[in-house]
Design a protein around this ligand. Sequence first.
Ligand SMILES: CC(C)(COP(=O)(O)OP(=O)(O)OC[C@H]1O[C@@H](n2cnc3c(N)ncnc32)[C@H](O)[C@@H]1OP(=O)(O)O)[C@@H](O)C(=O)NCCC(=O)NCCSC(=O)c1cc(O)c2ccccc2c1O
Length: 264
Amino acid sequence: MIDPTTFEDVIYEVRGRAAWIIINRPKLYNAFRAQTIEELIASFKLAADDKGVSSVVLTGAGDKAFCTGGDQSAKDGQYDGRGIVGLPIDELQSIIRDIPKPVIARINGFAIGGGHVFATLCDLSIMADTAKLGQVGPKVGSVDAGWGTAFLARHVGDKKAREIWYLNLQYSGQEALEMGLVNRVVPADELDAAVNEWTDIIAQRSPTALALAKRSFNADSDNIRGISQFGLNAVKLFYDTEESKEGMRAFQEKRAPDFHKYVK
Ligand SMILES: CC(C)(COP(=O)(O)OP(=O)(O)OC[C@H]1O[C@@H](n2cnc3c(N)ncnc32)[C@H](O)[C@@H]1OP(=O)(O)O)[C@@H](O)C(=O)NCCC(=O)NCCSC(=O)c1cc(O)c2ccccc2c1O
């Protein structure tokens, strides 16, 4: 039996017909550690099993960040929990796809690194005009190869996905909208109203039709799950290298990383 009141890193609330799953580590810009991922998985299981819930909202606490990916202060090579890289990140990514209910990313601030991948995986994304999206993997010695790369390219096109991963720029709501990465951009103070409007509409729709539509969209990209598993196993080896650790240390020490000696 999952008891969300015992969660430390995640707030789980049912608001009307929508389950709100809120990453609650605002001081760390809602970066995740292993425990956060476990609580997120548990939250999605609760939402999946609750017949009163017709959609899920994934978001971050506060106004600074949606999620900025793996907690670099909890990482020394691998992360600190179970799973291939010390995070059951693949289980969480799978449940976002497999839950037979639409998942809406409420992008209230930075969606960076693994947070960017979550936003990519959600069925729909509504973004505040003050928020920013971007990838940092090659800047910090990491990569989410699969959902983060190949699935991103399905949304924004191959060239744009490569730009996002190779240059690690940050993109505004308007740019994210233009590249097809989000569905809607609204003023920050209208974000909740926009999310509620969509969860209310979804609550009126046939749950079975929605579940079948979601499964059919997923079927066309399910091969990426295999790429993702392969990528995760490769990243596990990468995390133990000095090259990857240089990226992580540079972020922690607030300096630019020096990767020059690793050029192939
Ligand atoms: C989000 C930022 C662009 C914000 O920059 P800004 O300059 O505005 O603010 P600060 O950098 O000073 O950040 C404020 C404050 O928050 C802390 N913080 C932010 N992000 C993190 C984080 N991820 N971990 C720990 N702490 C964080 C920061 O240290 C500051 O704290 P102070 O105490 O000093 O005030 C910028 O912060 C940024 O780029 N953050 C992201 C950094 C990052 O490296 N993210 C992880 C990338 S790797 C990853 O997420 C990942 C995800 C996956 O899904 C994977 C799957 C498979 C394999 C690998 C994966 C993987 O590696």
